[in-house]
Design a protein around this ligand. Sequence first.
Ligand SMILES: *[C@@H]1O[C@H](CO)[C@@H](O)[C@H](O)[C@H]1NC(C)=O
Ligand SMILES: *[C@@H]1O[C@H](CO)[C@@H](O)[C@H](O)[C@H]1NC(C)=O
Ligand SMILES: *[C@@H]1O[C@H](CO)[C@@H](O)[C@H](O)[C@H]1NC(C)=O
Ligand SMILES: *[C@@H]1O[C@H](CO)[C@@H](O)[C@H](O)[C@H]1NC(C)=O
Length: 326
Amino acid sequence: MNVNFCLTLTIFVVLIESFTDGTCNNEIKCHISKVRSMKGADCYDRDFREFPQCIRSDIEIIDLTKNRIKQLRRSDLERYKYLKMLYLQDNFLIKIENTTFNDKTDLTTLDLANNGMSKIPQNIFHLPSLQSLYLSQNTNTNIVETMERAAPITSPLTQCDISFCEIDRLPEIGILPTLVKYNISGNNLNELNVRQFSGLCGLKYLITLNVTITLEDPCQCWNTNRWLKGKNVEFKPFECELKENLCKEVPFNKTDLVAYEKCSILLREITAKSMLKKILIPVLVGLIIICIGIGYYCRRRKKLNKKALYHKKALYEDSAPMAEEI
Ligand SMILES: *[C@@H]1O[C@H](CO)[C@@H](O)[C@H](O)[C@H]1NC(C)=O
Ligand SMILES: *[C@@H]1O[C@H](CO)[C@@H](O)[C@H](O)[C@H]1NC(C)=O
Ligand SMILES: *[C@@H]1O[C@H](CO)[C@@H](O)[C@H](O)[C@H]1NC(C)=O
Ligand SMILES: *[C@@H]1O[C@H](CO)[C@@H](O)[C@H](O)[C@H]1NC(C)=O
């Protein structure tokens, strides 16, 4: 009977452990540290096959570069409510559930480079904080179609990397004023035109290394170079098939000029808003500090005055104790 009891107890303990801490005892550990005043988990090259579920749930950065994760579901990310940066470069991702990034409103950086997804969820282009998106070396994805369907992109994307994705044309993503850096390296394009850039009025750097061009209308290549040069984009001009002097310089399509103008208006608004934030907040803080300072000074003076008054009164009372009685 005693033995039986012990056995039951042991089984019970083992069961409880496997339900509570057991899974986390078995999970590979990540190194937790502060990165630029954010809580980060370094899980680089740890042989993870599933998205880790035992990192502290208030983590802000997870680096899972170089692991063996195959799929990403909403339930995988659900417990990480404060996630700002997620690095999944160089995994075996073939499937990402549509709803995976729902509610990831703080996410600013998403690195999915070097994976094998055939589809990327469209709603990543509507994440309200997403600034940097890396999709390079996903050679079998519907990136172009997804970006076009997502247009207008509402995420404040400043960097987008679709290099070496084996795409044969760039997406016509419409107006995206925030985009500053666009990496389209390593693609062999057989469609290239101004329309693919006309809504990108904030573009400063276009990375075009190892791009090859084979166009039906080869003069579009010069048109695009001319447009980008005119908009002061820093880039290595596309290597066109024809000599430039064989192409007639035609005026740009009005649709493109209008898109650029619309984008510029939006960009000015965004810049003004961010300037306001940058200036208004420090000014407000400054004002509050000054107010507190003045308040403190006034109270101190009042106190001193009271003290002085009291002092005077005391002196007066001392020197003329009789006067009051009279
Ligand atoms: C995921 O989204 C795509 C595009 O929006 C849609 O075509 C597909 O049906 C969705 N899949 C599921 C399972 O909802
Ligand atoms: C652009 O992409 C290529 C290939 O992925 C990469 O090697 C390069 O560093 C990227 N350039 C920039 C400026 O991000
Ligand atoms: C890119 O082009 C350069 C030469 O221009 C070449 O040396 C390099 O290997 C190419 N890179 C890739 C990844 O194709
Ligand atoms: C300008 O673009 C519009 C819309 O794509 C197109 O219908 C029109 O034919 C283009 N005009 C010229 C002159 O290419």
